[in-house]
Every structure is written in structure tokens, then in C-alpha cells.
Design a protein around this ligand. Structure first.
Ligand code: TNX
Length: 533
């Protein structure tokens, strides 16, 4: 405003019509109309309309809505009328696939339909994202109008394996942090939680038959200070923790209720030092080892005697009882071969089995486990090194050293999960800001993660069908706390979520960034840490 004498010259703002702002749903739905500007208002009289088949989903929705609204919404059978949220199973709508849903919101009410309960679940997650972000808080929020903007959404995932990996070995992640992480996976329509439970620096799963795995193997006496390459010494502080079988059952049930499958990982034959510290007879040396205290690749791998393979199968037997999902991860990465080369027993074993080198010996271990798991109706998954020395027939390959291993495996007719360090290693730095917490290295900013394409163009259309999906990895050598874990995960894991759910042609980084603004409020309301506060 400019004042000249007694005249006011007022600048007139011309408001150009702007495109209505896109609703902030992550991952971006397959199709979404912006509605007519009207909205549905949820209040204490709203009821949730279910059938016998959708009652469970209805109760889950009511449970989700209760803490923040304070409303004990009625879940009842009947037909949709004014002020209702209807959950319907429509098995005939084949366009939706096994996890898709259709969501309609208008002034009268909300309707979610899907062919499966999983589809309804994802429709419910979208509704949670469309409500004011305060819906995600766990205490009653006074004075919020619980409006849902009108819209019409049809949505289904691009891939069936939409995952995140948590390394709970290098730094133990307590159960409540695991559950909080699972909540975030569910809210973003991820369905696979890969739980890395054993490694050189800590064994984190109770195995009843071998109690020393946790009484000895879950505790290291100290940890490296600073970056491994700086060799700055040790903190002198013991670090430990493990999940009891009861904890695991609780986490599995919690995940199942959210349509998340847990893929446990028991590392073999490398990354085995914590187990060998507990049971020295599993190793190749006569000397006693301690649980690992530094980061990097240890030479101490399992020996290949029959008794050790039986030990591994005994461990897997308990793992199978705890984890009902189809896939069991046996690691297989970074197996140093020196000890096998130097060991008479290993060399004799190679001769006995008619194997030509140590790669074939490693492959033998994995093939034995593949047979063991297949005979029990499960499937083995391992890191891409399991390709070396011959791939076990039933194995699924998790490609981490870029996409090469995954491409080779898909071309050989194997199933593949893409987890390339070039796009999905969320333990790498996310910015060049000197204030970033110390990390293993690398540089993977959000925009690079957003470019993650799980089905590489090198594959033919048929081979692409072998790509089950992809996932983000959070290795925890340098991630010491759950809060730092979340900081590394968000927002980048959301870029992974969009890459595995949304059709490639619908991905748009500018749109993602706009939606990320709203998402920050969601994470805040959920009490989850993130980068970019
Ligand atoms: C490589 S990925 C590893 C892990 C490390 C990670 C650090 C893989 C199969 N092995 O043991 O934690 O790099 O980024």
C-alpha cells in the first residue's frame, strides 16, 4: 500500500484460478479425482456399515479413529445411509487385484470397496491420510473438524513386495520402536518387513535349543567410536538386547493385523561371528572369539561340517514356528573364503562333496537350506552373492550390489527383489549438510531414491514379471537409536513406498514434494522423527 497525500493507491491482487491442490496421499494413488470441494464430516453419530466379512476391518477402522476423535463409533450391519462409512467386499471387481480398493467420499458418506480385506485395509489407510493429520495422535484432540474432502479414488499396487529392512543386529532396536515402524509401513501401504536379526555384532532372536546364542551372542562388550576407517578406539560400553520368542510372536501378530508379512533374516554362512562366539565349535578356528565390536566384514564364517548345517536347520526350525510367512532370508552375502581355504576340514568336505572351489561350497550350504525350507513349504531368499557358485533351484535373489544380480537372476528364471544400494540404501547420507549424523558413507538424497525403478529396462516384459518388488534398507552400524533410525528412514522410505506402489507413469517428484509437506505433519502427529523439520 502506497500513501500519496490523502490518496491510497491499493494494489489490486488478481487471483488467477489455480489448479486445486492435489490431495496428499503417499504413495500416490493410481487415479484420484479432486472432488467437488464438498466434504464428508465425521462426527460422533457416524456409523461404520459392515457385513459379516468386513466386520473385522470395520472394527479396525473404529479403533484407528477412536483415540484422536474420542468417538466410540458404531460398527453395524445395515445399508449405507447418511453419515455412514461403508466397507464392502466386491470380489467381482477384478481391476482392483488382490490389494486394490476403490474409495468414494461425498457429503453423505464414505464407501470403500475391495476384493479382499487387504484392499479394504489400504482404503482405510487412504482415509486416515485424507483426514486432518491430528487423526494420527493418540490422545483426544479438541476442536478439530474431522472432514474428509470429497474424492473418487481407484488404487492398487504395482508390486506385491513392498518392503523395508531393519538391521536390529548392529544396534538393537527395541520392540516398541519396531511396532512404531510397522505402523508407518502400514500407513504407507508397505506389506513386507525384512527383519535382519543376526550378524557379527549381535544375535537378536531367542532360540530355545541354543540359549547361548542370546546369553552370549546378544551382547558385545563395546563398540567402535566414530567411523570405522578413523580407528578412533572404543566406547567401553556394552551394547546388547534381543527379542524373546514371546516378543516375536507379538510383533508378528501386530504386523499380520496390518497386512504386513515379516521376512526374518538369519545370516549364513558369513556374518556369523556372534553365533560363533556363543558356540565356538561352529567356527573354523580353535581360538575363542568374542561378539564383534567393529564394523566391516569379518573373516569368521561358519564351518561346513554336518553338525553345523544341522545347527542351522535347528535354528530355522524355531524360526519357522515363529514366522508364518512364505519367505525366509538366509543372508549369504559377503562370505570371506580364507578360513575355508586354510581349513583341512573344509577342504576335505569339498573333496567329499566333489566341489571345485569355495564358491561352490558356499552354494552347497545355501542349497541345503533351500531344500530344507522348500520341504517345509517355504521359500529361501538370499542376497545376490548366492548367485556365485550356482544358484539354489528355489531361491529368490535380493539384489543389493546395484541391479546386476537381480537382472541375472530374473534372466535365469528366478524371482527377484530389488534392494540396490544405488537407490535404496537409506543408511547412506541424505544430504551434504555437515550437521548430518555420522553415517557409513555414500550419498543418496531424496530425489535419487525417488528415481528407484524396481523393474530395470534391461529386462524383457516377461522377465520383469520375475521382479516381485523392492525395498529400502536401514543398516544400523552408524544408526544408534530408534530416533536416528526414523531420521534416516523419513522421508526417503516414502520415496521407496511410492516406487513400489505407484505406476511409473504416475510418479512425479514435484507432486511428491508437495505431498511431503503434509506428510511431515503426519509424522509429527505420530511421534516419528524425520529429516526436514
Ligand atoms: C553391506 S548389503 C552389507 C551389510 C552392511 C551394509 C552397509 C549386505 C547384504 N551386506 O552387512 O551393513 O553393506 O551399508
Amino acid at each position: 500500500m502506497i500513501k500519496i497525500g490523502k490518496c491510497l493507491i491499493v494494489a489490486i491482487l488478481v487471483c488467477l484460478p489455480t489448479a486445486a491442490q492435489e490431495l496428499s496421499v503417499i504413495p500416490r494413488p493410481v487415479s484420484m479425482s479432486n472432488g467437488d470441494g464438498q466434504s464428508f464430516k465425521l462426527d460422533k453419530a457416524t456409523s461404520i456399515i459392515v457385513t459379516k466379512e468386513t466386520e473385522k476391518s470395520g472394527k479396525l477402522l473404529a479403533e484407528y479413529l477412536r483415540p484422536a476423535t474420542g468417538y466410540p463409533l458404531r460398527v453395524r450391519k445395515g445399508s449405507a445411509s447418511v453419515n455412514t462409512i461403508t466397507l464392502a467386499l466386491t470380489p467381482e471387481n477384478s481391476a482392483l487385484g488382490t490389494e486394490g480398493y476403490r474409495l468414494t467420499v461425498n457429503q453423505q458418506g464414505i464407501r470403500i470397496s475391495a476384493r479382499t480385506e487387504a484392499g479394504l485395509f489400504y482404503g482405510i489407510q487412504t482415509v486416515r491420510q485424507l483426514l486432518p493429520t491430528a487423526i494420527l495422535t493418540m490422545t483426544p484432540q479438541a476442536g478439530v473438524e474431522w472432514q474428509v474432502p470429497s474424492t473418487e479414488i481407484e488404487d492398487y499396487p504395482r508390486f506385491g513386495w513392498r518392503g523395508a529392512m531393519m538391521d536390529a543386529s548392529r544396534h538393537f532396536m527395541p520392540k516398541d520402536a519396531v511396532l512404531r515402524f510397522i505402523d508407518q509401513l502400514a500407513l504407507h501401504k508397505m506389506n513386507t518387513f525384512h527383519w535382519h536379526l543376526t550378524d557379527d555384532q549381535g544375535w537378536r532372536i531367542e532360540i530355545k535349543r541354543y540359549p547361548k546364542l542370546t546369553s552370549i551372542g546378544s551382547m558385545r562388550k563395546e563398540s567402535r567410536v566414530g567411523h570405522e576407517r578413523d580407528k578412533k578406539g572404543f566406547d567401553g560400553t556394552p551394547h546388547g538386547g534381543f527379542y524373546t520368542q514371546k516378543d516375536i510372536r507379538e510383533v508378528v501378530a501386530y504386523a499380520q493385523a496390518r497386512f504386513i508379512n515379516i521376512v526374518p533374516e538369519i545370516e549364513m554362512p558369513g556374518h556369523a561371528q556372534a553365533a560363533i562366539a556363543a558356540y565356538p565349535e561352529l567356527g573354523n578356528l580353535q581360538t575363542k572369539l568374542e561378539v564383534g565390536t567393529v564394523w566391516g566384514i569379518y573373516p569368521n564364517v561358519f564351518n561346513v561340517q554336518e553338525s553345523t548345517l544341522e545347527f542351522l536347520q535347528d535354528v530355522l526350525t524355531e524360526v519357522l514356528e515363529l514366522f508364518p510367512g512364505k519367505f525366509i532370508h538366509v543372508g549369504g552375502d559377503e562370505v570371506k573364503k580364507e578360513q575355508w581355504k586354510a581349513s583341512e576340514a573344509a577342504q576335505a568336505r569339498m573333496k567329499e562333496l566333489n566341489l571345485k572351489d569355495e564358491h561352490e561350497l558356499q552354494s552347497y550350504v545355501i542349497q541345503r537350506m533351500d531344500k530344507f525350507l522348500t520341504a517345509r513349504g517355504r521359500r529361501l531368499v538370499g542376497w545376490d552373492e548366492i548367485l556365485e557358485g550356482g544358484l539354489a533351484p528355489g531361491a529368490t535373489v535380493m539384489s543389493w550390489r546395484g541391479t546386476k544380480g537381480g537382472i541375472a537372476a530374473a534372466q535365469a528364471g528366478h524371482d527377484v527383489v530389488m534392494a540396490p544400494n544405488t537407490y535404496t540404501y537409506l543408511d547412506y547420507y541424505q544430504s551434504k549438510d555437515p550437521g548430518e549424523p555420522l553415517s557409513i558413507g555414500g550419498f543418496l538424497p531424496l530425489e535419487k531414491v525417488y528415481e528407484f525403478e524396481p523393474a530395470p529396462s534391461e529386462l524383457s516384459e516377461d522377465e520383469k514379471k520375475r521382479v516381485l518388488g523392492g525395498q529400502g534398507q536401514l543398516w544400523t552400524e552408524y544408526i544408534q537409536t530408534p530416533s536416528q533410525f526414523e531420521y534416516m528412514a523419513f522421508p526417503r522410505l516414502l520415496a521407496v513406498a511410492e516406487s513400489v506402489w505407484t505406476p511409473a507413469a504416475r510418479k512425479d517428484f514435484t507432486s511428491f514434494l508437495a505431498r511431503w509437506e503434509k506428510e511431515k505433519e503426519r509424522l509429527r502427529a505420530s511421534g516419528v522423527n524425520f529429516k526436514g523439520k
